[in-house]
Design a protein around this ligand. Structure first.
Ligand SMILES: NC(=O)c1ccc[n+]([C@@H]2O[C@H](COP(=O)([O-])OP(=O)(O)OC[C@H]3O[C@@H](n4cnc5c(N)ncnc54)[C@H](OP(=O)(O)O)[C@@H]3O)[C@@H](O)[C@H]2O)c1
Length: 274
């Protein structure tokens, strides 16, 4: 990615926990110099402290006009964490937040109504640079600012743009919370293997590798997942027997996942109002 604007003006990272560190690691690996980065975090990890020797600013003076501030603190910390950066609001600095459930309007209320703000929703595979992040900006954000945010977020995986913030609750319910559904699929697939007589270790190994491999195949293949499913399902075979259960209209995956994703999206909307 092109870091020239960030190298010239600086980047502020507010909160350097799991997500903040995963991104910072990616930027540095992709050529951003540590001296362009200011981290604000009351209890920085040893890894971040070690970057001070490379020129990173830790809990020091923030640049006057940074290109971008990345907000990676927990939503409940926002009220404590954000006021130090209020002086950068209502200016040209872009605020990019990855805080789950925190709306653009609530940032505008804290930072000033004329602040360019981008809200993004990553997911946990970001930790291994296999995340997917959806992003949307307010009306003050232009194409080059969105591209800068995408460049930064692409350090931890793929990015997609939303045309309206209203879709953020649905995105959260699909990709934000989605890894937990898949982890549960792995747990239950392994338990089902044990019920069929496999050892727990073997069943877990089979379940993990199956989900990981099928996921990779679904991403890489030219065919869509429905066709990939059909490809492995011989008529009246073993897969067909299982899919009869899983695709059952009343108790199968379609109904269950629809209910689960709706519950997550509804909860997101509720939390957004509080
Ligand atoms: N993890 C995910 O998969 C995921 C997915 C989607 C969205 N997100 C969002 O990403 C954000 C960060 O999540 P995370 O998992 O990286 O959390 P995390 O590991 O707890 O990181 C948050 C960091 O912010 C620091 N912090 C706390 N108060 C602060 C303050 N006043 N000023 C500056 N820094 C402060 C924390 O320090 P202490 O450790 O000392 O408290 C911690 O290092 C959250 O808003 C979350 O909603 C995360």
């Amino acid at each position: 990615m092109d870091f020239s604007k960030i190298s010239a003006q600086g980047l502020v990272l507010l909160g350097c926990g799991k997500m903040g560190s995963a991104m910072l690691q990616g930027w540095l690996a992709n050529g951003l110099h540590a001296s362009a980065v200011s981290v604000i975090d009351p209890y920085p990890s040893e890894w971040v402290q070690g970057l001070v020797a490379d020129g990173l600013t830790l809990n020091g003076d923030v640049p006057e006009n940074p290109a971008i501030v990345l907000i990676a603190v927990k939503p409940q910390m926002m009220g404590d964490a954000l006021p130090v950066l209020r002086p950068l609001g209502d200016g040209k600095t872009v605020f990019l937040s990855i805080a789950a459930g925190t709306s653009i309007a609530s940032f505008a209320a804290l930072l000033g109504e004329n602040t360019p703000i981008i809200r993004a929703m990553p997911n946990t595979p970001a930790a291994i640079a296999r995340g997917i992040t959806a992003l949307v900006g307010n009306e003050l954000i232009d194409e080059s600012q969105l591209a800068m945010a995408e460049g930064l977020l692409s350090a931890v995986g793929q990015t997609v743009r939303l045309d309206d913030e209203i879709h953020m609750d649905a995105v959260t319910a699909v990709s934000g919370s989605g890894p937990a559904y898949v982890f549960h699929l792995i747990e239950t697939l392994a338990a089902a293997g044990v019920a069929q007589g496999l050892s727990a270790d073997l069943a877990m190994k089979l379940a993990k590798a199956t989900v990981a491999g099928a996921g990779q195949l679904a991403e890489d293949a030219n065919e869509d997942p429905a066709q990939l499913r059909i490809n492995v399902t011989s008529p009246a075979g073993t897969t067909a027997a299982a899919l009869d259960v899983l695709m059952d209209e009343e108790i199968g995956f379609p109904t269950l996942l629809n209910k689960a994703v709706k519950a997550a999206a509804d909860r997101g909307r509720e939390l957004g109002k509080s």
